[in-house]
Design a protein around this ligand. Structure first.
Ligand SMILES: *Cc1c(COP(=O)(O)O)cnc(C)c1O
Length: 232
């Protein structure tokens, strides 16, 4: 099947309310252009310097997502244009994103990456660590980042029940945080303290890749990151 057909098939299977991020990290510029011609506008990459080059050569209305581990010293390459960073796994990284975004100045959307797989190698925060970041006084001072949700990667396994239960766990955590952020909008005279700063809103749940996006969407994902199923 062609790239255009792949995109059409995946988008119709996930539904129009779920955002498809086409992960082009292993694909050529020509393949990205082909996807763009087919109407795709969200693309994901995982190498900051390569992405800087590619973004400069591609149409301006592409919304670039950073989906891999991001080192602090690479943030500067993507800060001028990146639409959303999916892989925030420390307060220090968030501080660097805020600092680089302030130079533009612009606001960068971020997702906290939560560790849900039982593999050592996958990056991400525990639930407690994520809550610690969301409640930190430092975050409140960051006016150039906006935390819009969570991202997670399931274990790479054929055991789809296991994958499903990992997605279910992340969705449950997402819902708990979402309910807390709703409380942040309480009127001034309400004596319950706001739970998270105003630059936190829990509305995006990025989970699902080529092998598991259908399960992820069934479990409540509203953003999938799909590479090989789009580009091969
Ligand atoms: C590479 C990558 C993807 C896409 O993987 P596929 O299996 O090719 O769909 C999604 N998310 C992250 C974080 C990745 O690094």
């Amino acid at each position: 099947m062609s790239i255009a057909e792949n995109i059409k098939r995946i988008q119709s299977s996930i539904g129009e309310d779920v955002i498809l991020v086409a992960v082009s990290k292993y694909s050529s510029d020509e393949a990205v252009e082909e996807a763009y011609e087919a109407g795709q506008r969200y693309f994901g990459e995982n190498k900051a310097k390569d992405l800087k080059k590619r973004a400069a050569a591609m149409p301006d209305d592409i919304k670039w997502h950073f989906v891999g581990h991001l080192q602090r010293n690479k943030v500067k390459y993507v800060a001028p244009f990146i639409h959303c960073i999916h892989s925030v796994d420390s307060l220090r990284l968030l501080e660097e994103i805020d600092k680089q975004a302030a130079k533009e100045p612009r606001t960068i959307k971020c997702l906290l990456q939560i560790h849900i797989a039982d593999e050592e190698a996958k990056f991400g925060l525990s639930e407690d660590e994520a809550v610690e970041i969301l409640r930190s006084p430092e975050l409140e001072e960051m006016s150039h980042v906006r935390i819009i949700g969570l991202m997670g990667m399931a274990t790479n396994t054929d055991d789809l029940d296991k994958v499903r239960s990992e997605f279910k766990g992340l969705k449950a955590f997402f819902d708990r945080l979402h309910n807390l952020t709703e409380k942040a909008d309480l009127p001034d005279d309400d004596d319950r303290a706001p739970t998270f700063p105003a630059n936190v809103e829990m509305r995006t749940l990025s989970m699902g890749m080529s092998g598991d996006y259908d399960i992820a969407v069934e479990e409540g994902s509203n953003m999938v990151r799909v590479g090989s199923a789009v580009f091969s």
